[in-house]
Design a protein around this ligand. Structure first.
Ligand code: ATP
Ligand code: MG
Length: 207
């Protein structure tokens, strides 16, 4: 499956989800490839910070015709994850064109719910000539079992894509592990963050 992680909102956890989902795939024995489609190159930085062997290759492909290259690059891999840019632009559109499923991370804030409108419109534009395209929202950086988390899930119901049952919590291990190019599954294999990532991955693969 080709999964694009997209939202034009900055800092919602696109790169964090991308590297950890690609890691979860690799650690479960699947050949995964991560495409960094963000000119900031954060996923490439993540891998550069890593000592020792990589779990999966990261390829920088921040260009607006990446969808033309992805099928060739995907040969030999079971799954490809695309880490998208914080923009609604040709690059984001190209990532949508390349993907089978779009994962849209959204922080539990009303601003994020309103801002999702832009990326949803772009996905729907592409879906007009790509009917098989799926979309899935994931609530990220959720603090505890707060009411705002539940409110956001309810507000997202107005959009045409489902909300994953798994929310990703605000957990320091996401930032700490990233600093050394590790996934949360390696840093704390039995921790809550690792459980959330494995559970979200199952939902994405079943979407
Ligand atoms: N679930 C989380 N818990 C704690 N920290 C998080 C979590 N998700 C992301 N972060 C931290 O928040 C910051 C932004 O995350 P990230 O880079 O993944 O977002 P992004 O959507 O890729 O940003 P950009 O739009 O700039 O590409 C990073 O410092 C990251 O470590
Ligand atoms: Mg990013």
């Amino acid at each position: 499956m080709i999964i694009a992680v997209l939202n034009q909102k900055g800092g919602v956890g696109k790169t964090t989800l991308s590297v950890n989902l690609a890691a979860a795939l690799a650690l479960s024995g699947q050949r995964s490839l991560l495409i960094d489609a963000d000119p900031q190159g954060s996923a490439l930085d993540w891998q550069a910070a890593r000592k020792g062997q990589s779990l999966f290759p990261v390829v920088g492909l921040a260009k607006p015709i990446l969808h033309k290259d992805v099928p060739g690059l995907a040969v030999g891999y079971d799954h490809v994850v695309i880490d998208g840019p914080p923009r609604v632009n040709e690059l984001a559109k190209s990532a949508i064109l390349a993907a089978d499923a779009i994962l849209i991370p959204v922080q539990p804030s009303p601003y994020d719910v309103w801002a999702a409108d832009e990326i949803v419109k772009l996905i729907q534009e592409v879906a007009l000539y790509k009917a098989s395209l799926r979309g899935l929202f994931a609530i990220t950086r959720k603090i505890g079992n707060t009411a705002i988390g539940r409110d956001v899930a309810a507000a997202l119901k107005d959009y045409p894509y489902p909300v994953a049952a798994t929310a990703i919590g605000q957990r320091v291990v996401f930032a700490e592990s990233a600093a050394t190019g590790l996934s949360v599954l390696e840093a704390e294999p039995k921790g809550s963050a690792a459980k959330e990532i494995r559970s979200l991955l199952r939902e994405v693969l079943e979407s």
